[in-house]
Design a protein around this ligand. Sequence first.
Ligand code: G6P
Length: 608
Amino acid sequence: MCGIVGYVGPRVATPLLIEGLKRLEYRGYDSAGVAVMNGAGVETVKESGKIARLEALLASAPIHGTTGIGHTRWATHGPPNQTNAHPHTSQDGTIAVVHNGIIENANVLKKMLEGRGYKFTTDTDTEVIAHLIQECFDGVLEDAVIEALWQVEGTYGIAVISSVDSHKIVAARKGSPLLVGLGEDEHFVASDVSAILAHTRQVVYLDDGEMAVVDRNGYRIIDLNATEISKKVAHIDWDLGQIERGGFAHFMLKEIFEQPQTVENTMRGRLLLDEATSKLGGLNLTDEELLSFNNIVITACGTSWHSALIGESLIEELARVPVEVEYASEFRYRNPIVDERTLCIVISQSGETADTLAAMREAKRRGARTLGIVNVVGSTIARESDGGIYIHAGPEIGVASTKAFTSQVVALLLFTLKLARLRDLSYLRGREVVDGMLALPGQIQQILDRAQEIENIAEEFKRASNFLYLGRGYNFPVALEGALKLKEISYIHAEGYPAAEMKHGPIALIDDLMPVVFVAPHDSVFDKITSNVHEVKARKGRVIAITSREEPALEGKIDYEFRIPETMDLLMPILASVPLQLLAYYVAVMRGANVDQPRNLAKSVTVE
Ligand code: G6P
């Protein structure tokens, strides 16, 4: 969602801030700005739209200063114009603030501050923080920030500078990620490690309720009582190449093409061939504990929710433990049946999604053990869960999730194998799954080598205004995910449905203009899906089918076909989702859409 970066050190701050903001742009990007100490005071420059526009403004009027903060915004309060862009400054212009999150009592605080003569010029909740810090300021910035934050309700990751107590950045976190980057004679603050990875790999993650006081020579972590806290320094092992496009037209395409490696990375060192099971070091559960759960709840949002649905089928089929999948946003406000005999699996690429984090905390509060299936190392969900499985897919920059999805499914497979082999899955069947998994990277590569075929199909359908995606069994969530990918990046309305359920509604939409994507590999429900293809064709729908072998039953019923390699039913979602990612990608590119940064979407949704 929004992004924060800050710099204090000997170098000119603005180029570093702009570079950091560009790396954060994928998180949220309707406007951006920087505030830098220019020697005389705090100078703020902000602009609506892309970072490139801010960069052009700064090129025409550079700011010289070595302490500064920057922000990319994804609007929550007020439209995404220049006025509402961050940083926001206090009334006397001495304090500048960037903020991620939402201040829930902003209206109350605003009334109080207006009563004391403060004038508000923006529609944002963040402006309240800037004025409040001015109101509390008595010479020491961190003291003023502490006093202000005691009055604030809601969520925040903030970074603050002051022209009076200059040469330092004060950052604070409650519900919105923040970290301090440690360099030689220089320090950074950032909401996401990618913003500062070009300069340091040593970071300190803030936890909720913590603040950082950072200057050129060092940093202190304190709580809201100003008590010092000692924190571990984490070492980041992603390299810069992983967050750059490396010759691909878009991050999304690069990430789709990385899947042979990322799927392999998720499995690396975790499959025990001789025992036909997996070894998962981070679960923090003994075998006895793993066997003691009565039920499993999986909670997630967006694409991660789709992988959860696949996980449900996997666990129930192989391990025979009842599983329920819930949208995190719904779970947290229900009265779910969760207790100490429940295992709650939380799936999140970013590890920061607000609803998912809140759902996990709710499950914990009710006594459940929590396991995070997370990509971003050191993220909040990774740190707060009782145990977990890192998917090791590397940084995913494209807003539409691709490689994280396939790796999440692989992580769920690894978990299922472990649990199922402890229960009653036979060695032979376990071994079949293991062998099938090992073949996946090569099979994904075979699909990618034929990307041109999908590009040709995209050419045919790029002008469609609706799409229907249908699948059954393991491939129903694949249909949902295919439809989500298309709507996210091409803005074409697309719906995913269980194929047979089509008869109960969507069939009314089918005519000769309606493309229907069938995910129909040769699996145990293939015969069933064949009749659904016939039903669509009888109504002149245009059928695109993902199949896995020549199918006489479908002869004359398919307009466009893409064949994927054969595998076990339960591994099929990993292969079948790849052509659908490519289809969405090519259609979006052909329609001129901004594939990596689709309108209104954010990579990491850190507000409720
Ligand atoms: C946003 C992203 C999606 C993602 C979802 C959940 O909506 O645009 O791609 O699937 O959040 O994110 P998470 O990081 O929790 O997997």
